[in-house]
Design a binder for this molecule. Sequence first.
Ligand code: PMP
Length: 357
Amino acid sequence: MRAWEANIRRVTPYTPGDQPNRPGMIKLNTNENPYPPAPGVEKSLKEFRTDCLRLYPDPKSSVLVEALAERYHVAQDQIFVGVGSDDVLALAFMTFFNSGKPILFPDITYSFYPVWAEEFRIPYETPALDGNFRIVKEDYDRENGGIIFPNPNAPTSLAMGVSDVEDILLHNRDVVVIVDEAYVDFGAESALSLVEKYDNLLVVQTFSKSRSMAGMRIGFAVGNALLIRYLNDVKYSFNSYTMNQLALKLGVEAVLDEAYFQETVAKIIRTREQARERLSELGFRSLDSSTNFLFVTHPEYQARELYEELRKEGIFVRYFDVPRIDQYLRITIGTDEQMEALYAFLEGYKALQRKEV
Ligand code: PMP
């Protein structure tokens, strides 16, 4: 080891899902939306004048903050925006989790949480999900330095009712509680209704899933104005200009088209419920999803083997080689045509397995 290596901040990085780029591939591995963003986004992109790129963007991201404040019926000083919710969450870890006491998040959850905790030297404990992969709210009733969980949880797809979220808040008035609602629009109840009541609640959402804009990188948080001020102080001490001109402009367009948003989400929910049925006919069990993905297992198949066979066919799903969930696959809901191709492959796979037995 070289001498200077002794003083390096060493981290084990988060492993994002593959971003393959094969012609004709069916990409159901990173929970993207299979439909394009709202039509106004493309229109606005076509009208975009590159001359404005000479200038720095508005550090306050005012146009986007205003649109979000109006859409979610909160004051502008209750909104924080960032470069995807990953950026918002990373800054929130840095801002709010400094007590030296362990923060709490579930053992099976978004795998970026332990990475940020380690990067920022935040101790953490991971209460186990129960045998049905549900968050046990009583496990969060103990001394801690803060709490974060996704609702619905990922990769399990299961949602907790807002009264259970409130129960966790009631038992944790002295720390910041972050509810990561990346998938909430696909059928869960949002904790946004609790923001006025609990000044220690931060709700984080993203444009990457329900608004079809993963490639643009926009996320936001809603909370008490004081909480948001602290978050902004850290942001401005790190990088004032996080949101670029184009993201601000196109992000506003996505928020304004409520009808398109509702329609796209409804389409995905419809396909998801059909997928549950079709997969069940093929012998899979899927958890009760409130997201744009299904978490599935099959009593006769090795999940890893199936994942690899699908991959060879250009059908990408997500496999986690992690205890408790290593017999599961996470399948993002695609278009109806993409899902038909998946079922067709699985029919063939089933026939092949029967022959081999
Ligand atoms: N939270 C959860 C639970 C997620 O699954 C993801 C997607 N990887 C994110 C946050 C981050 O999404 P983004 O940065 O695209 O907003």
